[in-house]
Design a binder for this molecule. Structure first.
Ligand code: PEP
Ligand code: MN
Length: 339
């Protein structure tokens, strides 16, 4: 349930409503909108049966939320959420492009790629320090030293850092370096990890589980939101279907669906969504045309020698630059913009 306050409700009136909700053992989450302050009530709302919430001073109305996810739903918040990181807005009119290698391989590699993508207009450098791999004998990333390499790339270029965190116990360490946490497809339903990133304020990119429905994905986002962190960015990265020609099937339907069901920003990852370099540019454009707020793309200056298998889906810096030029034209056509 959400409690919608009147546009002229005072801070004292708002606080009284929150106190009343908390007094019966429920959690109250306040969101200040342009017109109304909204208080989300989390927990068993039957506890409020004997509480005359609607007659409290400053309350406009109460609304049940029918979706199983509450804080993530459009019913809870109708205005789009704009997440801000490293001075960049994600979910606003301007499209955001994050790019970089699958894994951080050396300081030289990450600094060079960061310089290239920055020239083309990217605003975040991505790169894995802790890599989830299907097999135990594969390269799993350089860990903390890779986080230091990412910091060198940030210092050199000013780009924000996006990197993956895989376990709750590494949230603190990764958070010392990163601007945005990435939660990978394999961890979308790692509920302990979701709660842990929810307890800290840095933004989280929540990639869709490759076998997860849109509802399960939004419920995963709800875990983060319900712990207090409102800075969640959804990322469509392809799902598993019967099709084997591509690595995954990038589910473009998910983009307008998320826009309808949720206020959270959504970006697209056509690198993992296709697994094929030549398909990345067309599917990037398709994602933006479908309404995505940005892209996360794999770019490598020497993909044939990359340390993960993802070289085959990485754009070369020149291809990335060309794509960015096309995206700029596309952005204008749909009343958005790109640096
Ligand atoms: C990645 O971004 O390199 C990655 C492992 O992504 P995903 O979790 O979507 O497979
Ligand atoms: Mn990858």
């Amino acid at each position: 349930m959400v409690i919608v306050m009147k546009p002229d409700a005072t801070q004292t009136e708002i606080q009284k409503v929150i106190d009343r909700v908390e007094a019966v053992g429920l959690k109250a989450q306040k969101t200040v909108g342009e017109q109304h302050t909204i208080i989300g009530v989390i927990g068993d709302k039957t506890k409020l049966v004997n509480q005359p919430i609607e007659s409290l001073q400053g309350v406009d109305r109460t609304m049940p939320i029918s979706a199983p996810y509450k804080l993530a739903s459009r019913q809870f918040r109708n205005e789009p959420t704009v997440v801000v990181s490293n001075g960049i807005k994600i979910g606003g009119k301007q499209l955001v492009v994050m790019a970089g290698p699958c894994a951080v391989e050396s300081t030289e590699q990450i600094v060079q790629i960061a310089q290239e993508i920055k020239k083309s207009g990217a605003t975040f450098i991505r790169g894995g320090a802790f890599k989830p791999r299907t097999g135990p004998y594969s390269f799993h990333g350089f860990g903390e030293s890779a986080l230091e390499m990412l910091t060198a790339a940030k210092e050199e270029t000013g780009l924000g850092i996006v990197t993956e965190v895989m376990t709750p116990r590494e949230v603190e360490l990764v958070g010392e370096y990163t601007d945005i946490f990435q939660l990978g497809t394999r961890n979308m339903q790692n509920f302990y990890l979701l709660r842990e990133v929810g307890k800290q304020p840095k933004p989280v990119i929540l990639k869709r589980g490759f076998s997860s429905t849109i509802e399960e994905w939004l419920l995963a986002a709800e875990y983060i939101l319900s712990e207090g962190n409102q800075n969640v960015i959804l990322c469509e990265r392809g799902i598993r279907t019967f099709e084997t020609h591509t690595r995954n099937t990038l589910d473009l339907n998910a983009i307008p669906a998320i826009k309808e069901l949720s206020h959270l920003p959504i970006i697209s990852d056509p690198s993992h969504g296709t697994g094929i370099r030549d398909y990345v540019a067309p599917m990037s454009k398709a994602s933006i045309a479908a309404g995505a707020d940005g892209l996360i793309l794999e770019v490598h200056h020497d993909p044939d020698n990359s340390m993960t298998g993802d070289g085959v889906q990485s754009l070369l810096p020149d291809q990335f630059d060309e794509l960015m030029t096309d995206l700029r034209k596309l952005a204008t056509a749909i009343d958005r913009s790109l640096i």
